[in-house]
Design a protein around this ligand. Structure first.
Ligand code: 13P
Length: 250
């Protein structure tokens, strides 16, 4: 795993304020150490401090992304929303789309597909989240759900090179519970197979998200088909986030 590029996406959700930029100093320092040159660190703070993060991380190799975008490309009478065009204009390079917390508040697979198309149109890299809930897992529907979400989400997509898939089992988010090594490996392989049927020649990067922390990262890092992590809670504490990065490269 040591020579592989690995993604560490910090999803700050609805946390953080202007002062939070100070917590980036330690992570910036780590990102400059040659051992961690292959760590692709991406911060996704709330919209309100996106500009502050972009400014702070300018001239570093740490990138910035938004946590969501509207499905309409450009501008329009959509109170409270932000478009992918605006996200790109402010200087973000990434956007998270299809997170379960957004699906919960009304994101359908069709809307997610439109968000992906509009983000690609604006030259953003897309972190496309998929994952089953507990009920679906218990009914052995995981593969079917993943296949449905991926096929619908990637409908009409042409530029696959700008897409990262984040497998986030909903039941694992914020609960401290993660999958067994065997199950996680198997589900990632299922995702690879589904993607292969969608687009044969692209080597997609697949991230795992759901209760990733400094304690379970060693275990997770041993799973060979994972290209990185989408981290919620633990990414907001610089020491924990740094520990996650460090322990991934042991
Ligand atoms: P936690 O790491 O807090 O479980 O959150 C995962 C997540 O939703 C990242 O997008």
């Amino acid at each position: 795993m040591t020579n592989k590029y690995k993604y560490f996406v910090a999803n700050w959700k609805m946390y953080g304020d202007k002062k939070s930029v100070n917590s980036l100093n330690k992570v910036i320092k780590i990102s400059k150490i040659s051992k961690f040159k292959r760590a692709k660190i991406i911060y996704c703070p709330p919209y309100t401090i996106l500009g502050d993060f972009i400014k702070k991380l300018k001239n570093t190799n740490i990138k910035v992304g938004a946590q969501n975008c509207h499905f309409i490309d450009g501008e329009g009478p959509y109170t409270g929303f932000v478009s992918s065009k605006m996200i790109k204009q402010i200087g973000s390079q990434y956007v998270i789309v299809g997170h379960s917390e957004q699906r919960e508040s009304g994101d359908t697979d069709i809307k997610i597909n439109k968000k992906i198309l509009s983000s690609l149109n604006n030259n953003l890299n897309v972190i496309f989240c998929v994952g089953e809930n507990l009920k679906q897992k218990k009914k052995n529907l995981t593969k079917k759900i993943l296949s449905y979400q991926i096929k619908k989400g990637l409908n009409k997509v042409k530029n696959y090179n700008k897409i990262l898939i984040a497998y986030e089992p909903i039941w694992s988010i914020g609960t401290g519970r993660i999958l067994s090594e065997r199950e996680l490996f198997k589900n990632i392989e299922s995702i690879k197979l589904i993607l292969k049927n969608v687009k044969k020649h692209i080597q997609f990067k697949i991230l795992y998200g759901g209760s990733v922390n400094d304690k379970n990262i060693k275990f997770l890092s041993k799973i060979k088909n994972i290209d990185g992590f989408l981290i919620g809670g633990a990414s907001q504490k610089p020491n924990k986030f740094i520990d996650i990065i460090k322990k991934s490269y042991i």
